[in-house]
Ligand binder design. Structure first.
Ligand code: NAD
Length: 257
């Protein structure tokens, strides 16, 4: 494992443009469960509550679960070591962009600036009637379904529900990243959610080296991943940080960053 981490660090130091592609797994050590796998939310809830059609027809049922999943504990979650190391890598010129499938805002809270949220963000709510937006922090979740103070319309979290399209800006950013990156660093995703899951493969066809961190193999691991670092995001990113910033690496004199 140590050798893989050093190899990853060597490549990251030489890379002209690196993209981190993150999924629910990076936030597990912050206390937010993933959707799939051990302790995954879909073992407890029915994913249909997050389908846009179901939500609009059954707002009371959907909102009860949405509150349970996303608002009762999301707010107490803090960035973990993996989020912080990505932010440091950006600051030190070793990371160009984060493409995240997460909606928890933890990359931004850790200090990352070049963050593109593929599935939106849970910290904002938007009225389906008049389009007014609200900060989730300013809203009482005591009575659901939540409605707009101005027009009484239904409030919807500003993240992408199943059946909704992906916003154009992160879509373009992900595509561009996949075509220009020397390294795609995949952290904590099964690779099952479309269309986000296609970008690592696009990156690979454009010549990216794929480095992946996950305790379990994903759909990428045996297909496109070049270096699989098997373990938890926080622990592995801490070791990668040490390899990047504390230890002189072989051939450091060749590094462009
Ligand atoms: P997923 O729920 O399908 O899978 C989670 C992945 O994380 C698995 O591969 C698992 O092995 C891995 N994992 C578990 N613990 C880990 C750890 N400590 N470190 C690293 N990896 C770990 O997640 P997904 O592939 O991102 O897709 C789910 C969708 O669910 C995403 O589109 C996202 O929008 C949404 N989601 C987001 C959050 C969040 O914002 N934190 C939480 C749950 C789901």
């Amino acid at each position: 494992m140590t050798e893989k981490i050093y190899e990853a660090a060597r490549l990251l130091k030489k890379s002209n443009f690196t993209t981190a592609f993150t999924g629910a797994g990076i936030s597990v050590e912050s206390g937010i469960p993933p959707f799939r796998g051990d302790g995954g939310l879909w073992n407890k809830y029915n994913p249909e509550v997050l389908e846009i059609g179901y939500f609009l027809n059954n707002p009371a049922i959907s909102w009860q679960v949405i509150k349970d999943i996303f608002y009762d504990f999301f707010d107490s979650a803090k960035p973990n070591k993996a989020h912080h190391v990505l932010a440091r890598m950006e600051l030190e010129g070793l990371l160009g962009r984060v493409i995240t499938q997460n909606i928890d805002n933890l990359h931004q809270e850790a200090g990352s600036r070049m963050v593109y949220e593929f599935h939106g963000n849970s910290k904002t709510l938007v009225c389906r009637g008049c389009n007014r937006s609200y900060k989730a922090a300013d809203i009482s979740f005591d009575y659901t379904p939540l409605t707009c103070r101005e027009c009484g319309g239904l409030l919807k979290p500003d993240f992408v529900f199943f059946g909704e399209s992906i916003p154009q800006i992160p879509l373009n950013a992900a595509y561009e990243a996949a075509t220009i990156s020397d390294i795609f660093l995949i952290i904590g995703t099964t690779g099952e959610v479309m269309p986000a899951n296609q970008f690592p493969a696009i990156a690979k066809t454009h010549g990216s080296t794929i480095i992946e961190i996950n305790p379990e193999p994903s759909l990428y691991t045996n297909v496109i991943t070049d270096i699989f670092i098997q373990g938890k995001a926080g622990e592995m990113m801490e070791r990668l940080e040490n390899a990047l910033f504390s230890t002189p690496l072989d051939n450091d004199q060749d590094c462009v960053n």
